[in-house]
Design a protein around this ligand. Sequence first.
Ligand code: SF4
Length: 709
Amino acid sequence: MERRGWKQCDFVYIIGDAYVDHPSFGPAIISRLLESAGYRVGIISQPDWKDENSISVLGEPRLAFLVCGGNMDTMVNHYTVAKKHRSADYYSPGGATGKRPDRATIVYCNMIRKKYRTAAIIIGGIEASLRRLAHYDYWSDKIRRSILLDSQADLLEYGMGEHSMIEVADALNAGLAVKDITFVPGTVYRTAALDSVCDAVMLPDFEEICKSRESFARSFFIQYCNTDPFSGKRLVEKYRDTEYIVQNPPAAPLTQSEMDRVYALPYMRTYHPCYEAAGGIPAIQELRFSITSNRGCYGGCSFCALTFHQGRIIQTRSHESIVREATAFTHEPDFKGYINDVGGPTANFRGPACGKQLTRGVCVNQQCLFPTPCRNLKIDHSDYLALLRRLRDIPGVKKVFIRSGIRFDYLVNDPDDTFFHELCKHHVSGQLKVAPEHICDAVLQLMGKPENSVYERFLAKYRRINEKLGLKQFVVPYLMSSHPGSTLKEAVALAEYLRDLGYMPEQVQDFYPTPSTISTCMYYTGLDPRTMKPVYVPKTPHEKAMQRALIQYRNPKNYELVREALFRAGREDLIGFGPKCLIRPRRTAAERSRAEQEGVIREKKRAGNGKRNAGRTEQEGMIRAKDRAVKGAVKKEGKIAGRADSGRKAGAGKSTGSRGAKSAVSGRTDVRGAVAAKAAKERDDGKIRGKKNDREQNHKKAGREKRKR
Ligand code: SF4
């Protein structure tokens, strides 16, 4: 601040992540945007939450404190789905853990409120966005209030926040008190009375949704249906008679020129140099040479919170803006010619799903791709194709990868295969990762994913195109275990599918109930909020472990879990020696002791063989010694004969003698070799017969055991 000559910041931005000045990081976008609008922004990254002075190092800001938990929800960042601490934090220096508290947004705001009682506090980022109204919290296994109440903040900005941030900043700058900023789309505020709130939909009260799971599911679905900026209504959630949370409709999507402006801000594109000594920020590695080309997703997967955060309307950057960013890479010393990604939530969505989305919004009660593509859906890859071609042509660019998800059902329904061909030819490095997530239609239906036959159609086409191109490339399917609707029967079906595929995934994604998704609502309520029909939910850690183990059934560590799962699912037929079996039968105690005895006998036999072999070696040694003696004698005789014949044919006798001796030795060797070979053959035949007998015995035993069971 001193170097810049600032006496006071307009905004002090407190962030749970290390500061990375790159447009893939939300706080970088918001701070650069405010700076471009003429505001002075000070940043405190990862303040020490045990030291209350850590949030006051830049003093009180003129307009407001801004608080963001980080690029991820802090609970998701800190804990695995099994609620265990993660071993690394990719948004902290050197990947170190423990640099921010759990529920960082709440903790930082409470620290500010303690120090500055009247300061305006505005919260944003994914943690605040997905917890803006009452929500199910997996980690405490209960319904939590809106984060606005727990944090004591004044205003919450949800979604990507560019429009709402500038509007709020301008309102504060114009002298409005934060409590009077109740009109900005994309914000949530609290109020003691509803006199000035009009056109609002009342959600079930907080007390009611805590008591009734049906009410929670109903409330959630109302929120879900109001995520569109064109059709979304104002929502009100009542806490007590004098406390209400009001959610304004979502902010309008950014136009292409607004998107271009946001991504053209002067980012340093890397982390702050102060993190260098700790080894930098791991999250930047993959993102540094990646390009965001679009936002939003109309895929509508039930387990994804994107509909709640970015919405279903696709917002894109222009080709020029993207090409400019890629060209700038080529001047960076670390750039090796590889662009890691050009995408967004879904790489191949480069335009709104249909013509009406940008004027009247998305359909409330209908999905664009699910269960089958809407007849109004525009399936067209020509824009993305043209963009990728331009990027490939930039001098200094060797390869452009696509690592964001490709929506395969959209791709396979495109009647023009040009993009599919170029995808396989230029943008896949041996393996294309796609996310069918499951193969059972009953589970896929709850996931909001297309039927398995669509995935099969995609695979067939992928194979055909690669064959045509003469390429050996594979598909790596992302699969999810324990999603609501998946019983052990479906989990076994998934394991059988992997068996037939001959593939065992290295990692398994267990369903993680993150805030504000349809799947999380199903997990908590046991109801599909879209239909209010009951849904089976695998909840206990043991059942989840069994479902996860089935996906990796070949891993010996999973044997017991897989065996139990197969018995519970009534699929003992998959335990055995047949080609379709997932695991071998476990030996009974009697079988185990017999096997041990056999082991002892084998050991003894081996020891006996050892002694016999030692004896044979001795005998052979003696034979060899005799051979040497005979050979010596023959040589001697030859020499004598040679000397005797030397008067007639000096060399002939020597030669003949020598040939004779060789012949004699080799004759003995042949006989001994034949004997040894015969003995070896007998030994091998015996072993083979023994093994064959063992195998037959084992089969008979297994058959007997099976019949007994
Ligand atoms: S008309 Fe079809 S494509 Fe358009 S928003 Fe509705 S469901 Fe999506």
